[in-house]
Ligand binder design. Sequence first.
Ligand SMILES: [Mg+2]
Length: 220
Amino acid sequence: MKVIIFDFDGTIADSFDTVLGIVNRLALEFGFEPFNLDEVKQLRNLNSREIVRQSQSRISVFRLVLLLRRLKAEVNREIRRLQPIDGMTETLWALKQRGDRLGIVTSNSYENVSAFLETHGLKDWFEFIYTGTTIFGKGKVLRRVLRDNTLNAAALIYVGDETRDIEAAKKTGIRVVAVSWGFNSKEILAEQHPDFLIQYPHQLVEVINHLDPKSQDSIR
Ligand SMILES: [Mg+2]
């Protein structure tokens, strides 16, 4: 049995296009140029710190914080229309069948994640949802998960789509599975040396079976 902690946006929820649409819609109000497709492609190849550094040419750190707060409120209006990543529901179910415990650590809001899970009948599958408010605050939140649940870092696996997810997990001593179906490109994710790098949700079950073969046997 493993405790598998998921990032939300881009990892479970197929929210990239929705988020980009909202950011571009807010561009005028926040006084920056909307992102075109080439720029988006470029952003995917940057690590999270480079993205924040680059965005400073468009928007001040202060306005960026305001933008992120506003973004969560705007996402909330569209949350029930967001879909899970293809194959994710089946993967979560397979992990539940294995007896794994599932949780979420996200910088999105509790309300948004919770509404999404309810819409897709996934709410009961997750034991906890932890939220952090800052872009690079996930390490702290992961430590809180360990502390609150008296878990050993060795029992935990974090699954995320951005380089900052890898960074946060590594800092906390938690193994990390990077997924290339979300925001960051496979290449930039690989540069951060995640423990595993996968392209399709079903591969997550293979990774967990590999890490935890005993419980796989016990359910046969
Ligand atoms: Mg994400």
